[in-house]
Design a binder for this molecule. Sequence first.
Ligand SMILES: [Zn+2]
Length: 71
Amino acid sequence: MGLLSRFFKNDDEEEQGSAPPEVLPLRNDPCWCNSGLKYKKCHLEQDRIFLEKRRRKVVEARNACTSYFGG
Ligand SMILES: [Zn+2]
């Protein structure tokens, strides 16, 4: 039984793992993903890209809104 439950392990965790937590660790603190690496050696760059993408999406949405209303 214990063996089977391994095979049916939920993989959703991994997808959610790409999103950084609300409060990010400091560069020299352990990464939030529990890899044991320092944040700067692990997710720092990925988080920056993730947040940059999200920020750009907000800006795009705002621009689209502005042009729609003749801005
Ligand atoms: Zn990490």
